[in-house]
Design a protein around this ligand. Structure first.
Ligand SMILES: [Zn+2]
Ligand SMILES: [Zn+2]
Length: 774
């Protein structure tokens, strides 16, 4: 084929190059235009739903050079997954051009995430000579909102919420000029043609000219301001002012969950926290996540920002508006927390502002709509590597590749808390951003809306749904109802298997592996609540090689909110007298009596092997928390304590082996902790010893499993592995014993990562079924 065209035209040839990957909204077409022009090639580039299509015509050597540089010299935000080259008949064109997008309607669309304001734009923002001086909506081909302003694909201004703003002549000239860094940059605007700021306050709206200045004044005067961001509103106040931070907690109805803060730059973060080189890179990355940093003892942040926490969530400005705010309030630290009440989704539509009523004193808004709601991403650095905690703005909708293809387009529905869904077609997987906890009705509605929006944007019509085995998860019910209504395929996947498979998928592992999956709650195949699991197998199937011994959860779900109940459960299990613990002094005798009766009568006390619940029990035993307001709170408190003292030794535990399954008996541990607590050992030391015990447990059980299976690869997953001490020490200990250890890097170890694992399992089962069929 190639030869026949070239014989017809010996000097000129033409190639079409189909590019897949993150190429829309990241300055790809301008880059291609410059490259082609430099190599004197003619032809065109255009977006299509699956990526970009290029045709180049010219001398063969120049075309080869073009193909090579396309892959090696592209700007950093572009991620090319694949190139497909085909010969075309030369047309004798005169120049290279950027063509309007076409909607081909097929293939997986790849959309860029929202990108923090770039350095070039920042220079202009603060350059009084520039025409975009202090323009709160400055952006270019390399920065600005993307996913959150897209109404439909492919990515063109007409399909974004910028469509309502007609470009002025000056902006249009930049947009059309191949030499300009705003060439074909979709969201560009300027003070003459762009969106406007507006300050809403009770009873009045001020002119846009001083909306920013008045917001700064309000913040300095100890007021709360809602500020429109990229994926929704933030609630903002002075983080050093204890009174206003407490007031924000009261109005937001948020008791204990830490607030994130924003500082102007890395120096600002340094003043509050210890910042390592890797943490610095995370802070300044184009994603601009909230980075959980170790707080300095003398940091000037009000106690109410992150009560009793040694970690502080810190982020740097990522929108021009945030840069302006922090610039105009030098050396300030601002609370920058999601604009919502309690557990509701973040408010992103101006029409929804009433949901925030009574919280902010002022609202700093503008007329560029946010189409898709998206929270800030959260990461922490563990043992020198970034660990995702919440995957949202700036990360979504980055895609993953599966080891083997899915047999049909598939939607994975994730879990119940920290929900996220993932769309898969072939080997391509797009996990959604964080969609919140589905207990809340508003959150559930947002979850369904997000599924519908992603389907439209990514042009995926799932033929199959994958959901968690738990029948009462809102996500499982969604799957069952939708499958029932449309008769599409459905598959249920065990919770901890999905955790394990998600970590395997990130690392492209085929297995077999030992999956150490520790979390709070997951439905087990025996109907018990699992969460301290050692799985052995691959992404298709697993065997439960070991687990933490079952104890009762007195009161079921109530035990999650009241850790003292789990302490009682473990004490009774260990045969320890409750009267000798401090719990007997803090908790009413009647309530303790009620729980004891639940045990005697075996009433409302489901069995659990959860390590998360063991953390709860230990936290109550040492008197750190008897009640919690959010999942993982007790574990975070224990980690904070443990990080304050060096390790000394670990507590004992026992292994039981009924059949071929190893059961970890926590009774010796509980007895030893009770004894330490009675002896007046401080909670920090007990917490540290408890962490060391878990490390010993993981290492010992993995050794046993390796001895019988020969498997040396271990993946660590489940929400408990957000715990930095545990993730680091378990990894070190296993590595010392000759295991290959894999942790999460792309999706969170918590339930936010389930959707990727669910798709990986579906694909592995498809491959096996295909193999059997063939
Ligand atoms: Zn820029
Ligand atoms: Zn303009």
């Amino acid at each position: 084929m190639l030869q026949s065209f070239e014989r017809a035209a010996t000097t000129q040839c033409r190639r079409s190059i189909t590019v897949t990957g993150v190429v829309q909204g990241v300055g790809f077409r301008p880059f291609v235009h410059r490259l082609a022009s430099r190599l004197s090639l003619c032809g065109f580039v255009k977006n299509w739903t699956g990526g970009a299509l290029i045709e180049v015509e010219g001398e063969l050597a120049a075309i080869d050079r073009f193909s090579a540089e396309l892959q090696t010299c592209q700007p950093s935000l572009i991620e090319i997954d694949g190139l497909r080259v085909a010969a075309q008949r030369p047309r004798g064109e005169a120049q290279f051009r950027i063509e309007a997008s076409e909607d081909f309607g097929a293939g997986v669309v790849v959309v860029a995430p929202d990108i923090a304001t770039c350095d070039d734009c920042l220079r202009e923002l603060f350059d009084s000579e520039d025409r975009r001086y202090r323009h709160p909506f400055i952006s270019c081909a390399h920065c600005g909102p993307r996913l959150t302003i897209m109404v439909d694909a492919p990515y063109d201004r007409a399909r974004t919420t910028m469509a309502r703003f007609a470009m002025c002549d000056a902006c249009h000239a930049e947009y059309e000029d191949p030499q300009d860094r705003r060439f074909h940059a979709q969201p560009i605007a300027c003070p003459a043609c762009g969106p406007r700021l507006q300050l809403l306050e009770p009873g009045a709206t001020s002119e846009c000219r001083d909306a920013l200045a008045r917001s700064v004044d309000a913040l300095c005067a100890g007021k709360i301001v809602a500020v429109k961001g990229i994926g929704g509103y933030h609630l903002v106040c002075d983080a050093t002012d204890d009174t206003v931070v407490r007031e924000l907690r009261r109005r937001k109805m948020r008791d204990d969950k830490p607030f994130a803060v924003m500082v102007a730059d890395v120096a600002g973060a340094d003043a509050l926290c210890e910042v390592s080189a890797v943490e610095r890179r995370a802070l300044t990355s184009p994603t601009r996540p909230v980075v959980l940093l170790r707080r300095r003892v003398d940091s000037a942040v009000a106690d109410a920002v992150a009560p009793r926490h040694t970690l502080l969530g810190v982020m740097l400005p990522y929108t021009p508006l945030q840069h302006l705010l922090l610039h105009d309030m030098p050396d300030r630290t601002l609370v920058m927390t999601s604009g919502n009440r309690s557990d509701e989704p973040i408010v992103h539509h101006d029409g929804d502002l009433k949901r925030l009523s009574g919280i902010p004193d002022f609202v700093l808004t503008h007329d560029r709509p946010i189409h898709l709601r998206c929270d800030d991403s959260v990461v922490r650095v563990v043992a020198g590597a970034v660990l995702p905690v919440r995957r949202a703005r700036g990360e979504a909708p980055r895609s993953f590749r599966l080891r083997t293809p899915l047999a049909c387009p598939t939607l994975a529905l994730g879990g119940h808390l920290k929900a996220a869904v993932a769309f898969g077609e072939g080997r391509h997987v797009v996990p959604s951003h964080h969609l919140g906890d589905l207990d809340d009705y508003q959150a559930y509605r947002a979850y369904v809306e997000a599924i519908e929006h992603y389907q439209r944007l990514f042009r995926i019509a799932p033929h199959r749904l994958v959901h968690d085995l738990h029948p009462d998860y809102a996500s499982s019910r969604y799957a069952l109802e939708r499958a029932g209504a449309t008769a599409i395929g459905i598959m249920a996947v065990q919770h901890h298997h999905a955790h394990m498979a998600s970590c395997m998928a990130e690392h492209g592992l085929a297995g077999p592996v030992i999956g150490v999956c520790f979390d709070g709650t997951g439905w087990g195949t025996d109907g018990a609540i699992w969460g301290g699991e050692f799985l052995l197998g691959d992404d298709r199937d697993v065997r439960r090689a070991g687990h933490l011994d079952y104890v009762a959860m007195p009161g079921g779900e109530t035990a999650i909110r009241e850790p003292w109940r789990m302490a009682l459960a473990h004490l009774i299990h260990a045969g320890e007298p409750i009267g000798r613990t401090s719990i007997a002094r803090r908790i009413d005798a009647d309530r303790i009596g009620t729980v004891e009766k639940m045990f005697e009568r075996n009433f409302n006390a489901p069995l659990t092997s959860s390590v998360g619940r063991l953390f709860d029990a230990v936290a109550a035993l040492v008197g750190v928390c008897d009640h919690v307001t959010y999942e993982g709170q007790a574990a975070m408190a224990l980690e904070s304590l443990a990080s304050q003292v060096p390790p000394d030794w670990a507590y004992p535990f026992a292994l039981l082996a009924p059949g071929d399954r190893i059961v970890v008996d926590p009774r010796p541990l509980i007895r030893a902790i009770s004894a330490d607590a009675r002896d007046g050992i401080v909670p920090a030391i007990i917490a540290r010893r408890f962490h060391s015990t878990l490390v010993d447990i993981v290492a010992t059980v993995c050794d046993r499993v390796r001895a019988v299976s020969g498997v040396t690869a271990v993946v660590l997953s489940g929400g408990v592995f957000v715990n930095g001490i545990l993730a680091r020490d378990v990894s070190d200990q296993l590595a010392q014993r000759g295991f290959r250890v894999y942790r999460h890097q792309g999706v969170p170890p918590n339930d936010g990562g389930l959707c990727l694992g669910q798709l990986a399992i579906a694909a592995a089962r498809d491959a096996a079924a295909g193999g059997e069929a063939g």
